[in-house]
Write a protein that binds this ligand. Structure first.
Ligand SMILES: *[C@@H]1O[C@H](CO)[C@@H](O)[C@H](O)[C@H]1NC(C)=O
Ligand SMILES: *[C@@H]1O[C@H](CO)[C@@H](O)[C@H](O)[C@H]1NC(C)=O
Ligand SMILES: *[C@@H]1O[C@H](CO)[C@@H](O)[C@H](O)[C@H]1NC(C)=O
Length: 309
């Protein structure tokens, strides 16, 4: 009797130990099966610049050992990749990236995305147009989701073409050849001429469902677990900086701005922002600093551990 009891107890303890071992090894496994991360660089930058995305890639790999990080490159090399950030039609870029992602078997079970500056609105377009493979979370670092009206300082890192581009944008952002061939014109949003913007912006007005209402865009964006919008409080590159949270200039002038929740885009819920917000999946983060200026510590604790684990 006692022996039987002892045996049962020993068995129970062994079972418990076994469960503990399984739980412990699951933790180890989940530590290394972090979802892949796809990054898209900003204007004037490239996939692999050692002082920007090259470094970020190392930080992510240090934080999540074994994680697969893909930094998007469009073109045969870094020079082409940088040039394409200025001169390759954003719709073509998005299409190219959709096929790169669909073609990458490591992403088949889903991935998290981090967009830097214009790379953020481009990744949003990927989420809206190409639901497979699934994007899980989208982190937008200083993205221009309502566009820009002005290009006061030249990118990060700065690039020699910026001045030339600024001059063209100021005269003819909506000329059809400029729209076709100049990336920054494709998210140029002139508050003095909203109607022209809606009709002629071939990229931004489309993904913001301002030309027509494409329900697919809304349905697809709502598939995200979280949309994380980071705004840089002291941004001197993006005008207006509120665009990083979907705010923008009120129509007819370029001084006063409306906020995300005052925007027609949100109020009419044209792309699902209001619904996401109600469900607590729209995360608004503000940090002090100029465009894309953040510390490694902030990035690791707020973004990587905060959302991408
Ligand atoms: C897809 O993968 C194939 C085989 O690896 C490759 O030949 C092709 O260029 C890839 N396409 C894209 C768009 O990356
Ligand atoms: C809506 O968006 C989807 C995804 O990009 C596209 O396939 C479809 O043609 C679009 N519909 C319209 C009416 O533009
Ligand atoms: C940055 O912006 C924040 C919020 O507007 C402000 O409180 C802070 O003083 C600014 N910092 C600098 C260095 O201008």
């Amino acid at each position: 009797m006692f022996v039987l009891f002892l045996k049962a107890t020993v068995t129970r303890i062994l079972n418990m130990l076994l469960i503990l071992v399984i739980v412990a090894s699951c933790n180890i496994v989940s530590g290394t099966t972090i979802k892949p991360i796809v990054m898209w660089h900003g204007m004037g930058d490239s996939c692999c610049n050692p002082i920007s995305l090259g470094r970020i890639k190392l930080i992510i790999e240090d934080t999540f050992p074994g994680v697969y990080v893909k930094s998007i490159k469009i073109g045969a090399n870094i020079i082409e990749d940088t040039e394409n950030g200025f001169f390759l039609n954003a719709n073509v870029q998005v299409e190219e990236v959709c096929s790169q992602l669909a073609n990458d078997s490591k992403l088949a079970d889903g991935y998290n995305a981090i967009g830097f500056s214009q790379g953020a609105q481009f990744l949003r377009a990927v989420a809206q147009r190409c639901p497979s493979p699934p994007m899980i979370n989208l982190v937008s670092l200083g993205g221009q989701h309502q566009g820009v009206y002005g290009l006061p300082n030249c990118g990060y890192p700065a690039h020699k073409w910026c001045d030339y581009i600024r001059k063209i944008l100021n005269v003819g952002a909506y000329w059809s050849w400029v729209q076709r061939e100049l990336v920054q014109a494709e998210y140029w949003h002139d508050p003095l001429n909203e109607e022209e913007y809606r009709q002629r912006s071939i990229f931004l007005a489309d993904i913001n469902n301002e030309r027509q209402l494409n329900e697919t865009y809304r349905t697809n964006l709502l598939k995200l677990k979280n949309l994380i919008l980071v705004r840089f409080n002291n941004d001197t590159i993006v005008e207006p900086r509120e665009t990083e949270w979907f705010g923008f200039y009120r129509p007819g002038q370029a001084k006063e701005v409306y906020s995300l929740r005052e925007s027609p885009l949100y109020i009419e819920d044209r792309i699902g922002l209001k619904q996401m917000d109600k469900e607590g999946r729209l995360k608004l983060i503000a940090i002090d600093g100029n465009h894309l200026q953040f510390s490694e510590e902030w990035f690791v604790s707020t973004i990587l551990h905060g959302f991408l684990e």
